[in-house]
Ligand binder design. Structure first.
Ligand SMILES: O=C(O)COP(=O)(O)O
Ligand SMILES: [Mg+2]
Length: 225
């Protein structure tokens, strides 16, 4: 295999892009809500609450369940209960999306490096990838608490670039937050339309793909351009 992609990087968002985590996130959120005496939120609704970190997801879940805003102390309690349960059940159902690992292995064989840039806390992201036995594929994992600000701020994306040492990179994500973060860093972005969204800015993305077989050629073209 020719190492024609040395000096390039693929920077992945995590939830909804690399791994389908919605079911475990929903179960953990509903566990916290249930413990506090509130109704569960339908897992399909929880998908769309992911992408801005656990606290924001719980805040929105609370609004749906209780039909009112959560107080700061209720949110603190929900977050504590959520994190405890999630840490113990982080990969009960979470699995990488179809063909993404094969795609990553193919790019790595050609000399590209991969990184994760997520709005999960760094510790949670590392735990998830380690539990799935996928951590060895990534040069670095940057979370919402790794740099001064979370996506859509460019800081975490810039840190991924710095740590990979790449001259050329593509950001791969599933939401407007990812599109904004990639644009703010000056990177092209390829967006998974099967992720958690929202995708109101899809028109600003460099490319939108429907599965990772399609994504592979889109990303290859962007890295070789
Ligand atoms: O909201 C989260 O917890 C993380 O979401 P992300 O991996 O899509 O950035
Ligand atoms: Mg995402």
């Amino acid at each position: 295999m020719t190492k024609d992609l040395v000096g390039t990087a693929l920077i992945f968002d995590l939830d909804g892009t690399l791994v389908d985590t919605a079911e475990d996130l929903a179960a953990s959120m509903n566990h916290a809500l249930g413990d506090m005496g509130f109704d569960a939120v339908a897992p399909n609704e929880v998908r769309h609450l992911v992408g801005h970190g656990a606290r924001r997801m719980l805040m929105r879940g609370f609004e749906i369940s209780a039909n009112r805003d959560a107080s700061e102390s209720e949110l603190d309690e929900a977050l504590e209960r959520f994190l405890k349960y999630y840490q113990e059940n982080i990969a009960d159902h979470s699995r990488p999306f179809e063909y993404v690992i094969e795609m990553i292995e193919g790019f790595r064989a050609r000399g590209a490096v991969c990184a994760i840039c997520t709005n999960k806390r760094e510790g949670m992201a590392v735990q998830l990838m380690t539990t799935l036995n996928l951590d060895h594929l990534f040069e670095t994992i940057v979370g919402a608490d790794t740099t001064v600000a979370a996506k859509p701020d460019p800081a975490p994306v810039s840190l991924c670039l710095k740590r990979t040492g790449a001259k050329k990179a593509v950001f791969i994500g599933d939401s407007d937050t990812d599109i904004k973060a990639a644009m703010a860093t000056g990177l092209p972005c390829a967006i998974a339309d099967f992720g958690y969204g929202p995708l109101e800015l899809a028109g600003e993305a460099t490319a939108v793909f429907a599965n990772y077989r399609e994504a592979a050629s889109v990303i290859e073209n962007l890295l070789l351009a």
